[in-house]
Ligand binder design. Sequence first.
Ligand SMILES: Cc1cc2nc3c(=O)[nH]c(=O)nc-3n(C[C@H](O)[C@H](O)[C@H](O)COP(=O)(O)O)c2cc1C
Length: 208
Amino acid sequence: MSASAAGIPAADPFGTFDAWLAEAKDSEPNDPNAMALATATPDGAPSVRMVLLKGHGPDCGTGGGFVFYTNAESRKGGEILANRQAAMLFHWKSLRRQIRIEGPLEQVSDAMADEYFHSRHPQSQIASAASDQSRTLPSREVYMRRVAELEERYGADGPVPRPRHWTGFRLCPTRIEFWQDREYRMHERRVFERGGPDVEWTSRMLYP
Ligand SMILES: Cc1cc2nc3c(=O)[nH]c(=O)nc-3n(C[C@H](O)[C@H](O)[C@H](O)COP(=O)(O)O)c2cc1C
């Protein structure tokens, strides 16, 4: 196991995030950027699902935060638009590590959503455009028929226009916690907190 003997650094949570993600890219069998995303209704009923991290950086105001893309009319999209608070969880089994990230979500710009949508494989663009994500699908054939219609319209190479409801969100973190497995469950935890986007981070360790 590659956990450093020196422990989780007390400064620069984004540096530690980068280092751990880089290690996960080397050791995870697939999707090292997969994370659980928790959202909640305005009255606090939670729901959680996996999404892929597609960008990250320390400064939320200039394109950073922790970015994922989805359908804003999905179940999660409805919850996000009604309640901006969210939480993310990375768990890398190969490294025995987890990172928890919490804070409010902001929608990315149309230009950023366009750029990412069109960077995807044309077939993936069609798959998203054909999907009323999270709504009832009467049969698989109905979805595949929509896919075929879009293939007919846009061809195999696309590009497919980005549906207005397909967009990205960035989580602007106010809390980031690193957890590292240690022998006999004497695990290591360090949490970074700040009161708002422009406030300095403070860090402390937590009992496991
Ligand atoms: C590894 C993994 C990665 C996924 N990545 C995404 C993603 O980036 N965006 C997305 O909308 N759904 C993604 N999904 C599907 C979601 O987990 C979920 O089924 C879908 O977004 C609908 O969620 P909702 O009904 O809560 O809105 C992923 C699923 C898995 C298992």
